[in-house]
Design a protein around this ligand. Structure first.
Ligand code: ADP
Ligand code: MG
Length: 346
């Protein structure tokens, strides 16, 4: 069942030169996590603010659990939308204790019921015993757990998370991602996670929506976004990608590194780019080889090699952590493209 639906939503801020959102159509299934992924300024926060009711799009419609909350004829105020929000900077109330922060959205409950919910939610996020602390007495990770508990306590229809891990240390980030994912699954919470980090989107989301300048470039599973990006922008944004020039001849795509299926059905004679990911390229030393290693980045779990091809183009290859060849080595390329992705030459 679709829980959140945005239909052709467009939003321009006052005095802005360009729209923050253009004709955005998106759906979130019940119990699923949708990630909104894109570079800074592409409109990610604006999507959340439109769902939450902090901004009103000029055109389009939004429904939450089948109820129109925003269109030409309807407007539901934020506190009536059943939406929980975790902000990038947590936005905890500094003068309230942990328990008071979490109780903030529970004013409609009786005192005893609210206290029970606070205790259960703090237990869920692993903060039992911290009830009487103030936010400044907590670590970043603990503050984030309080923010999460405050958003979850009123049992929202949907939880909106705006770059929730960006203020954490890298090691804490990985741990909190896993914890938040577990909590979302345990509580069957539908969520929209905003991030500019593709690893985070891939690790946590069921589906990923890639935004660029307020427009949706692609929405799909993490695997499809990575392996079969719909646009060069998506291909580049979600990982290392090289684009090699090809031409169609006899129904096949000819490039300087081999011949591929013309999956895009491009007509003969037009210039085509084929996208190649480093994990599809393997190198073996050869003499004389067609390509030469011009760089190696050791990344712990892999070595990322940069090769110079005879045409002057660069191509990258991901080799195992222990496969070390010196810069200058001549190599043969073995390309095993699990997914062939082509674009008309830009
Ligand atoms: P993101 O969260 O992806 O970084 P935002 O949704 O915050 O992007 O912003 C999208 C665009 O709208 C940006 O160009 C930003 O400068 C602009 N913008 C955001 N908030 C406002 C505002 N209150 N008034 C005017 N322009 C804004
Ligand atoms: Mg933002």
């Amino acid at each position: 069942m679709t829980l959140i639906e945005l239909s052709q939503v467009s939003l321009t801020y006052p005095h802005a030169a360009a729209p923050a959102l253009s004709d955005l159509t998106l759906a979130v299934e019940e119990g699923a996590t949708l990630s909104i992924l894109g570079p800074s300024g592409c409109g990610k926060t604006t999507v959340l603010r439109a769902i939450a009711g902090f901004e009103r799009p000029q055109t389009g419609a939004i429904t939450i659990a089948g109820r129109p909350v925003c269109d030409a004829a309807h407007w539901v105020v934020p506190e009536e939308r059943g939406v929980g929000m975790v902000f990038q900077d947590y936005a905890l109330f500094p003068h309230l204790t942990v328990a008071e922060n979490v109780a903030f959205g529970l004013q409609r409950l009786e005192k005893a019921a609210a206290a029970r919910t606070v205790a259960q939610t703090l237990d869920l996020v692993g903060l039992s015993g911290f009830e009487d602390r103030y936010p400044h007495e907590l670590s970043g990770g603990q503050q984030q757990r309080v923010a999460l508990a405050r958003a979850l306590a009123p049992k929202p229809i949907v939880l909106l998370l705006d770059e929730p891990f960006s203020n954490l240390d890298p090691d804490m980030r990985g741990q909190m991602r896993e914890e938040v994912e577990d909590i979302l699954r345990l509580t069957c919470t539908t969520s929209v996670l905003v991030t500019h980090d593709h690893d985070e989107a891939f690790a946590m989301a069921d589906r990923v929506a890639v935004l660029n300048h307020g427009r949706l470039e692609q929405v799909d599973t993490p695997e499809a976004i990575y392996h079969t990006p719909a646009t060069p922008f998506v291909a580049n944004f979600v990982g290392q990608a090289d684009f090699l020039l090809g031409r169609v001849d006899n129904g096949k795509l000819h490039t300087e590194v081999g011949i591929f299926e013309n999956v895009g059905g491009h007509p003969a004679g037009v210039a085509v780019e084929i996208m190649i990911r480093p994990d599809d390229v393997h190198i073996v030393p050869a003499s004389p080889g067609g390509a030469r290693i011009v760089g190696r980045q050791f990344r712990g779990s892999e070595n990322l090699y940069t090769m110079l091809l005879p045409s002057g183009q660069h191509l990258h290859s991901s080799e195992s952590s222990t496969t070390v060849y010196p810069v200058g080595t001549l190599v043969d390329l073995k390309i095993v493209a699990t997914h062939i992705v082509t674009f008309a030459k830009r």
